[in-house]
Each structure stands twice: as structure tokens, then as C-alpha cells.
Design a binder for this molecule. Structure first.
Ligand code: AGP
Length: 589
């Protein structure tokens, strides 16, 4: 979702901001803009679409200070005009925002009555006019921004660039904000990845903190009291900061193949490092695993492992459906958040609910230094390296392998679990080969003419049916629906018609017979059955052989869906790395 990037230093501002915005691209956006200050004047360039043709930047004067933004539209269509940064009426400052001003209508009404004119439907313009209004009384921009920010409801982070040379202001509440400190230069951005190739010194900004950058100095304030705060510089420990396709056509396929080693990296925790969380789990009455989208399915799989192998009362919750659970948390509970970005607004809110009731917070996050990590009593990292493709693949399987290690460690089987994951990683070394890719491409070709697909799974493969379907949906825009195989007779079977493609995920486990019965039932109604299995079967019209990984089958079984998603998406002419309408980091509710 929206990305913010501010820069001041010795480099060319526009070029540095574009570099930063490109490193924020993975978050998803539909338009972008850059503003720079030169000779007490702000120049702005805004564009719809991806950052590609940079010829428009030549309109910008040479400058060493400016801000940029990638917009993912919420209020107001995708137009050049609605793109950020937005000018104040007198062009004395510009504002870019990440978030949603929930009370924008009420504020707009008040400001309209006062005579302010609005020319967009954006909530950002409300912030601009509000600052203008506050300036009349406060006189200083710093105070006016503070005062305006306090009137905003919702999760918002804003960055303000005035004409007065060498100033940038930014305020955070909810949406992420970090400051990178380089040698004679400063970066103010939505995440550390955006400047990780330039500096490893970072100041993490907390909610309700305001950054005031002036003439090379960064000061931090509590936005409510206006009191100056101490800035704490931390060292970035990104083990992989490169964002390159490394010979692959797309990040998606690169990241799918990377699973050969990322499942192993996710479990590089010693037993000592895991012990604080293991102890906390043992002491807890309930363990709630929480996440959104793919991360929610990983949370479900981890809860499954905790129940199944460690007999922990683990319950998966959807982070955007927490309302009724709000009062259920207590200090006897532990909530385990799963998130690639560590910035998902729904998941952050879920943690806030749980924290308010005294529950302990643990997390497994892929982005170091993210908000969820900083909210956690027990923070862990999936260590997959940057996941750039909007659709999550390697982060998902890394989360599952970490969850498997966690569950097994609770029963004293830490070493065995590490070995199991190592064995699977070894098997994956040769798995991604031409033969498999050709088979998946062929399957994609056969599937291209269909619009509706069903995926059935049970037990350890239930969440894989959900995730498999989500993955293909995201990249192909086709209607894929994942179900528990048990649902079939209770309604889903009504959807099965002659030729309907139905994927059945079959492991060599206690659910095999039930899965084969489901396959028989849909086949009897004319379905085209695709078996994702270890062994072929006469019920399968098509058979995709997967690695026999026993208790780690969920990892092995999701891979064919990732590949189908990629090959079918590409053959349909879709953009696998940036599917339509989707954002990588969903920082608004
Ligand atoms: C994954 O393919 C999705 N695009 C999406 O469901 C994602 O998993 C979800 O938005 C949660 O993101 P997070 O892992 O960064 O919290």
C-alpha cells in the first residue's frame, strides 16, 4: 500500500527518491509522485501507473531535499491529480499520506463551512486544508501540523515538505514510519528496505511521534504533548537487501524456487532462542494464532500443528474478524501473530485488542524492525529475505516450517523437526526442474478455458486448499475456491458440473480414504479431477506428483498451486508480481 519516502542530503533528491520509491514498489501502488524544493519553491511531478518512464523528472530542478509517494487509491480515483504529494493552496508546503482519515467527511464539512475549497475526493486534501486552517492560529508549520494531526481519526502517517529550505516533517499513527541516518543524509520512509542499500542506521518511529528534520538534524517529539523525545539509533540487520530478479523473469518464480532454502532459514533458531516462547505457550490457557490472507492460512496451519503435535489449545483467528473476541482475551492467553510485512493494519489491531487485556504477544514476521515485531514480547523472524511479489509464497512456507519446529519443540522433538525440514529442503533442491515446469505449463494451458475451480483438502491439507486457491485467484483472476473436503456433501457439491476442475490434495495419511471418497463423489458428477498427491489413482484425470514430506506435506503440497498460479497468470498476460488491485503491505483497514 502507499509508500512514503523523504530525502535530504548531498545526493540528487529526485533520483534518490525514485530509487527509494522503487524499493517500496512491492507494497503495491497505482500512481506516484515526487516533490523537491529549490530556491524556496516546491516543484511536483505526479504520474499514474508504474514508475517507468522518468522523462517527466527532467521538469524538476536540481535539489537535495524532497519527498515522494506511491499511492494505492482509497478515496478518489487513480488520477494524476489525486496522486500525492498535494500542494497547499499557496504552494508553501506539500503533503503525502499513508492511511485513511476516518473522519474526513466531518472535517471536510467543517472546513468547507469555513470557506476552504476542495478539488479532489481524497482524504489527503482534508489534511492539507486542515493544516492551512491551523496555521492561521498557530503561525508555525510545526505546530499547525501537530494540531491538525491530533484532529485526524484512523491510522495515518503523513510527511510534509515546506518551501523553507532543509525542513521535512513527518508524523506517525498506525502506518509505518522509519528514519534512516546516513553520512550527511537522512531518509524518512515507510520501511527500512527502501534505504537499506544506503545506510544501516535507523530510528524506529512509534505511534504518535513526530519527526522534525531541519538542516541535518533529526528531532523527535511526542505529538500529543509536544515534548521532545530521545532518538534511539538502531542498527539494521537485514541479511539480504538486494532486490533483483537474478535472471528470473519475475520475482514470483524466483521466490517460489527460493523455497529450496528459505524453509531451512526460517528454522535457524536454537532451542535456547525458542525456549522463552515455548515456556510462555506452556503457561498459556489459550494460544490464538492470528493473521490475514495467506498469513492467516499459515496461522491456521501453525494452530493445527500446535494442537495436533503438542496438544496445545491453539485457535486460529482472522485478524479482521476480532470484534467478538475482544473481551475473551486475558493475561492467561498468548496471541501469535503471523505476518510477512509486520505492518498489516488488521493484524496490528488484533494485537492491540489482545494486549489491552494483558495477553502476551508473540510474532513471526519477515520484515525486520516492523511494527508487529516491536509490539511483541516474543518476536521471531522468518528470515526469507525480501518478498517482492505481492502474492506471498516463500514467506508462507517459511512460516509453516517455523510453526512445525515450534510445535515439535514443545514435545522435546526440536532436533527431529530440524532434521525433517532439512530433509525436505534437500528434496526440494532437484524438485524445481524443467519437467515439473513443463507439466505445470501444460496444466495451465488446459485450465485456461475454465472460470470456476475447486480445491479440496482435509486435516493437514485443509489450509493448503485455502491457500492454494487464494494463490491462483490472486494471479489469474479466476474463481478458485478452497474447501474442507468435508464441506462437499453439505453444499459445495451442488457446484460440481460436467468438466468442473476439482483439485484434490491427498497425503498418505489417515485422511487419504476420505479424500479419495470426495474425489469419487465429484468425479461421479462429471468433475475433471486433478490429484495433488504422492501416488496416481484411477480417479485422477490429471496427476501432479508431490514430494512425500509426511508431516511437512503442507509445504510440499502448496507448491504446485504456486506454480500453476504463476504459469497460468503469465499465459493469461497478467502481471504475476503486481496483480491488479492488490497491495503487498495492507496498512489500512
Ligand atoms: C498474500 O498472497 C496476500 N497478498 C495477502 O493475503 C497477505 O498475505 C495479507 O495481506 C497479509 O499480509 P502480511 O503477511 O504482510 O501480514
Amino acid at each position: 500500500m502507499c509508500g512514503i519516502f523523504g530525502y535530504s542530503g548531498k545526493r540528487d533528491a529526485a533520483k534518490t527518491i525514485i530509487d527509494g520509491l522503487k524499493r517500496l514498489e512491492y507494497r503495491g501502488y497505482d500512481s506516484w509522485g515526487v516533490a523537491v524544493v529549490s530556491s524556496d519553491k516546491i516543484d511536483v511531478v505526479k504520474k499514474v501507473g508504474a514508475i517507468g518512464d522518468l522523462s517527466s523528472l527532467s521538469k524538476l530542478p536540481s535539489s537535495t531535499i524532497g519527498i515522494g509517494h506511491t499511492r494505492w487509491a482509497t478515496h478518489g480515483g487513480v488520477t494524476n491529480y489525486n496522486a500525492h504529494p498535494h500542494y497547499s493552496t499557496d504552494k508553501s508546503f506539500v503533503v503525502a499520506q499513508n492511511g485513511i482519515v476516518e473522519n474526513y467527511q466531518e472535517l471536510k464539512e467543517k472546513l468547507t463551512k469555513k470557506g476552504y475549497i476542495f478539488s479532489t475526493q481524497t482524504d489527503t486534501e482534508v489534511i492539507v486544508r486542515l493544516i492551512e486552517d491551523k496555521l492561521k492560529k498557530e503561525k508555525e508549520l510545526f505546530k499547525a501540523i501537530r494540531s491538525a494531526f491530533l484532529d485526524l481519526e484512523g491510522r495515518n502517517t503523513i510527511i510534509v515538505l515546506p518551501t523553507s529550505n532543509s525542513h521535512i516533517y513527518a508524523v506517525r499513527n498506525g502506518s509505518p514510519l522509519v528514519v534512516g541516518i546516513g553520512k550527511d543524509e537522512v531518509f524518512i520512509a515507510s520501511d527500512t528496505l527502501s534505504f537499506a542499500d544506503k545506510t544501516d542506521k535507523v530510528v524506529y518511529i512509534n505511534n504518535n511521534e513526530m519527526v522534525s528534520y531541519h538542516g541535518g538534524e533529526v528531532s523527535l517529539y511526542d505529538v500529543k504533548s509536544g515534548k521532545e523525545l530521545k532518538t534511539k539509533i538502531s542498527k539494521l540487520e537485514h541479511d539480504d537487501i538486494s532486490i533483483a530478479k537474478e535472471g528470473y523473469d519475475h520475482f514470483m518464480i524466483k521466490e517460489i524456487v527460493e523455497q529450496r532454502h528459505t524453509i531451512r532459514e526460517a528454522v535457524q533458531y536454537s532451542l535456547e532462542e525458542l525456549t522463552p516462547l515455548l515456556e510462555a505457550i506452556k503457561k498459556s490457557r489459550n494460544v490464538y494464532t492470528v493473521g490475514a490472507g495467506t498469513a492467516n492460512f499459515a496461522a491456521g496451519q501453525i494452530a493445527f500443528y500446535l494442537r495436533r503435535y503438542a496438544h496445545i489449545n491453539a485457535i486460529e483467528l482472522k485478524s479482521y474478524e476480532m470484534e467478538s473476541f475482544k473481551d475473551m482475551f486475558s493475561n492467561k492467553d498468548l496471541i501469535l501473530a503471523i505476518s510477512q510485512s509486520g505492518e498489516t493494519a488488521d493484524t496490528i489491531e488484533a494485537l492491540e485488542f489482545a494486549k489491552a487485556k494483558g495477553a502476551k504477544v508473540a510474532s513471526l514476521v519477515n520484515m525486520l524492525g516492523s511494527t508487529i515485531t516491536r509490539m511483541s514480547d516474543y518476536p521471531y523472524f522468518s528470515r526469507s529475505g525480501p518478498e517482492i511479489c505481492v502474492a506471498s509464497t516463500k514467506a508462507f512456507t517459511a512460516q509453516i516450517s517455523w510453526g512445525y519446529l515450534l510445535a515439535k519443540s514443545l514435545t522435546g522433538k526440536y532436533s527431529q523437526a530440524r532434521k525433517d525440514i532439512e530433509v525436505l529442503a534437500e528434496k526440494l533442491q532437484n524438485y524445481f526442474n524443467k519437467k515439473l515446469f513443463s507439466q505445470m505449463q501444460l496444466l495451465a494451458k488446459k485450465m485456461a478455458k475454465h472460470e470456476h475451480f475447486f480445491v479440496l483438502g482435509k486435516g493437514q491439507n485443509y489450509y493448503i486448499a485455502l491457500e492454494g486457491a487464494l494463490k491462483v485467484k490472486e494471479i489469474t483472476y479466476k474463481h478458485f475456491e478452497g474447501f474442507a473436503a468435508g464441506e462437499l456433501k453439505h453444499g459445495v457439491i451442488a457446484l460440481i458440473d460436467k468438466g468442473t476442475p476439482v483439485f484434490v490434495i491427498v497425503s498418505e495419511d489417515e485422511n487419504k480414504n476420505d479424500m479419495m471418497s470426495s474425489a469419487a463423489e465429484v468425479k461421479a458428477r462429471g468433475a475433471f479431477v486433478i490429484g495433488i498427491a504422492k501416488k496416481s489413482n484411477e480417479l485422477f484425470n490429471e496427476f501432479i506428483k508431490t514430494i512425500d514430506a509426511s508431516e511437512l506435506d503442507p509445504i510440499a503440497n502448496v507448491i504446485p498451486f504456486q506454480l500453476l498460479s504463476y504459469f497460468l497468470g503469465v499465459s493469461l498476460g497478467n502481471s504475476p508480481d503486481k496483480p491488479r488491485n492488490l497491495a503487498k503491505s495492507v496498512t489500512v483497514k
